[in-house]
Design a protein around this ligand. Structure first.
Ligand SMILES: Cc1cc2nc3c(=O)[nH]c(=O)nc-3n(C[C@H](O)[C@H](O)[C@H](O)COP(=O)(O)OP(=O)(O)OC[C@H]3O[C@@H](n4cnc5c(N)ncnc54)[C@H](O)[C@@H]3O)c2cc1C
Length: 462
């Protein structure tokens, strides 16, 4: 029986695995560095204390339970040996007949990786909970600050990047400050928080038509968000950001600007685009390797107008299913067709949506557009529908109904970073440096983190 290896259990990988598993004609190994599939479109809700991580993440093993021929491995792919048809990962080697590389993308700081510790992006559960911690800690710091300048700095939140994620974060922080937290503090008025959305271009949401972006801008401004256009951030540090000569002191800076493809793409030795995405052929394979497919955010897939397809979940889902069907057809055929004559991948555009706060959204499907409350209801239903697992859908829907009626944010706990009993007594949950413990991958233990923690411990008075 042919064996397919899928690297990555995101939207593309999971959908390919399900199709292959259902066919019963191919044995499959799905390898992911995390044990869970993550519904990234709702990650900002975890960052903004609206949902818990388990509401939007499901163990890959649980999703694959119905498929007897699918094996799930927790591990990080390290080397792709295309000549010997093997994937080496941190736990061994897996041979393959077909390889599907679906490792997604991460943030690009445009050559300023040192900004990351001051301005986390939003891509993993670890990053979402870190953002939540920083936002909640900022209000706590403001409440206890005696210096008005320091208080104002903690009450300033900057989001860099005016795409859908930046808009969602800005709207959610503004609403949290105005409603969910408004009765909880005695020294500060949380509603006085400054939320800045900084965008280098002349408008936000450039993926949408200009009138939709205009609606979103007005909606954000009505929530009190300062939408700062045509302003490129030139520096980010512990004290805030700089836009050219202008300094903006801020206690919390979040990064929602650039995207870069997973570095594993480099190993395929195929042409890459500027974002590091692998330029694939019409059947989503790479040159000279008819059995190696690249799908989802990692792929530069030419669209009908020649531009690459956007990095969206429906693109990844459809690409994963297309590749799985293609493999199953070839495995089933007595005389497999010449790969040169494979039917090309065609994306069925489902449109796009973005939400602004708790009751406004924009949506666009070809020439059809909607915005406002009805668009928000549609956004909510679509996201509930696509969320994996019945339990998740049910609870998320209940939580949203509750939050909508009460303006509350259920998951407002500041989780202490240190788990050792002795050290947790020494480290204040609020005062611990915000910068030291933030880690890019969010989920993988980091030696740097360990050593910093130990040094911290040594320097504390006993
Ligand atoms: C905050 C946010 C909000 C978004 N909102 C929307 C939205 O509203 N609508 C929409 O359509 N799209 C949205 N997107 C985009 C959408 O989530 C992506 O297009 C989609 O997740 C891409 O799927 P993928 O399978 O290519 O990659 P991913 O879903 O990113 O999955 C990649 C997987 O590969 C694994 N992996 C990576 N490297 C390795 C390795 N070396 N070894 C093993 N495993 C590895 C990762 O752990 C991960 O599980 C959003 C994205 C983000 C970050």
């Amino acid at each position: 029986m042919a064996h397919a290896v899928i690297i990555g259990g995101g939207f593309a990988g999971i959908n390919a695995a399900k199709r292959l598993g259902r066919s019963g004609k191919v044995s499959v190994t799905i390898l992911d560095q995390r044990n869970h599939h993550l519904f990234q479109p709702l990650l900002y809700q975890v960052a903004m204390a609206g949902l818990d991580p388990s509401d939007i993440a499901v163990p890959i093993r649980a999703l694959m339970r119905p498929y007897r021929r699918v094996r799930t491995l927790l591990g990080r792919a390290e080397t792709l040996d295309l000549e010997n048809r093997e994937v080496r990962f941190d736990g061994g080697v897996v041979p393959y007949d077909y390889l599907i590389v679906a490792c997604g993308a991460s943030h690009s700081y445009f050559g300023n990786d040192q900004w990351e510790s001051h301005a986390p992006g939003l891509k993993s559960v670890g990053q979402a909970t870190e953002i939540r911690r920083r936002v909640l800690v900022a209000f706590e710091q403001a409440e206890r600050a005696s210096d008005p300048e320091e208080q104002a700095r903690w009450m300033t939140f900057v989001i860099v990047g005016g795409g859908p994620t930046g808009v969602e974060l800005a709207g959610a922080i503004a609403e949290m400050a105005r409603y969910a937290l408004s009765k909880d503090f005695r020294t500060i008025n949380s509603a006085d928080a400054r939320v800045l959305l900084v965008q280098s271009g002349e408008r936000i949401l450039k993926q949408f038509d200009a009138d939709q972006a205009e609606y979103a801008t007005k909606s954000l401004r009505s929530l009190g968000v300062e939408v700062v256009l045509e302003s490129r951030v030139t520096n980010i540090g512990a004290a805030g950001i700089e836009i050219g000569e202008t300094r903006v002191p801020a206690g919390t800076v979040l990064w929602a600007a650039g995207v870069q493809a997973n570095r594993i793409g480099l190993q395929l030795k195929s042409p890459l685009d500027r974002a590091g995405r692998v330029i694939v052929r019409p059947d989503l394979t790479i040159p000279d390797h008819d059995n190696v497919f690249v799908v989802g955010d990692l792929a530069h897939t030419p669209g009908p107008n020649g531009n690459p397809l956007p990095g969206l979940a429906p693109v990844a889902i459809q690409a994963g299913r297309y590749v799985a069907d293609l493999i199953v057809d070839e495995v089933r055929a007595e005389n497999p067709p010449d790969p040169a004559h494979r039917k090309p991948f065609e994306y069925n555009d489902k449109g796009q949506m973005a939400t602004i706060g708790r009751k406004r959204a924009i949506m666009q499907y070809h020439k059809h557009k909607k915005n406002g409350f009805l668009a928000w209801v549609a956004w909510l239903l679509v996201h509930i529908y696509f969320l994996s697992g019945f339990r998740n859908r049910f609870f998320v829907f209940l939580k949203w109904c509750w939050a909508y009626l009460t303006f509350s944010k259920g998951a407002r706990l500041i989780i202490q970073k240190e788990w050792r009993q002795h050290e947790s007594e020494l480290l204040s949950p609020v005062v611990g440096s915000l910068d030291e413990t933030y880690r890019h991958d969010g989920d993988t233990p980091s030696p740097r983190f360990e050593s910093l923690t130990r040094a911290d411990h040594i320097n504390k008075p006993q």
